[in-house]
Design a protein around this ligand. Structure first.
Ligand code: 2AM
Ligand code: CA
Ligand code: CA
Ligand code: CA
Length: 268
């Protein structure tokens, strides 16, 4: 993908994101028709589905040769990363959306032949757009984000994670995680993986750890983090795979390796 193509797709996607965000804000106080998915706390609403369909319809019309991976199933089932792929989470943080009416995001990552080209995370209620193009830096609205602090110490790090790390889980022994949370300065739970990644890129939080995420939870955020030096991969330090669900560690470059080594001690 050359710079001109990237710019054209970026501008189009950005316009669609603002449009979709306005639609969500306009309809969010109507009855939401809430359903559950994998478990009683895994929620989906009519607006998750409508928003994904909004993007899929527009992409099909304007870029018929592009592929789509979307959470709500309106996209394609892909087994390889050739060509241009839009990875879309129409509403990331659906539980926040339903219960709190804020702190949720539209998250989109656009890849070409497996390389992250364009990333967006749009905090819908805050009207804040995090965005990046490969090689051109990352931005929060109109302000460019600074490269991440290369001197960050783990003792001074704020880490995004949820309490499931401290309960019995399939990934890491929770007693090791209890030691980990006492090692860092503090922990935070936002409830939107995409916004956690945006905060890592912004440098207001130094890492984000998740036990199980899908490609659409992280695609936009990983592309944005790449522009400021944030490192993303699975808990074993392997690079991100855009076709696979996995645990995820996204962090400031000076503490990423420390975290991976720490988790190794309790890895199951
Ligand atoms: P979602 O709101 O798009 O489903 C919540 O802690 C964060 O984890 C959200 O970003 C949520 O995305 C994501 N998540 C990933 N898999 C999930 C699942 N099975 N159930 C609930 N949240 C999930
Ligand atoms: Ca969901
Ligand atoms: Ca999500
Ligand atoms: Ca979602």
């Amino acid at each position: 993908m050359d710079q001109q193509q990237r710019q054209e797709i970026y501008e189009t996607a950005r316009q669609w994101i603002y449009e979709a965000g306005a639609q969500i804000r306009g309809h969010m106080n109507e009855p939401l028709d809430i359903e559950t998915k994998s478990n009683p706390n895994d929620l989906v609403t009519v607006l998750d589905k409508q928003t994904e369909k909004f993007f899929v319809d527009r992409i099909h019309h304007r870029y018929p040769e592009h592929h789509i991976i979307g959470e709500e199933g309106f996209g394609d089932t892909l087994s390889q990363v050739d060509g241009t792929i839009w990875i879309i989470d129409p509403i990331d943080g659906t539980m926040n959306f339903v219960h709190q009416k804020r702190t949720f995001a539209i998250s989109i990552g656009i890849l070409h032949n497996g390389v992250g080209e364009i990333g967006f995370i749009y905090d819908v209620m805050d009207d804040t757009l995090y965005h990046a193009k490969r090689g051109e830096g990352a931005f929060k609205n109109d302000s460019q984000l600074a490269p991440l602090d290369k001197e960050k110490k783990i003792k001074e790090a704020i880490v995004g994670m949820n309490h499931f790390w401290l309960c019995d889980n399939k990934v890491v022994d929770y007693t090791v995680m209890q030691k980990f949370v006492r090692t860092v300065r503090g922990t935070r739970t936002i409830g939107s993986a995409a916004l956690e990644l945006a905060h890592v890129a912004e440098g207001v939080q130094d890492a984000y750890l998740a036990l199980s995420l899908a490609p659409w939870d992280v695609a936009g955020g990983i592309i944005i983090n790449a522009e400021v030096g944030g490192i993303a991969g699975d808990v074993d330090g392997n690079p991100w795979n855009p076709l696979k669900r996995s645990a995820a560690v996204v962090a400031n470059p000076s503490i990423h390796n420390y975290i991976i080594e720490f988790l190794k001690e309790g890895r199951k």
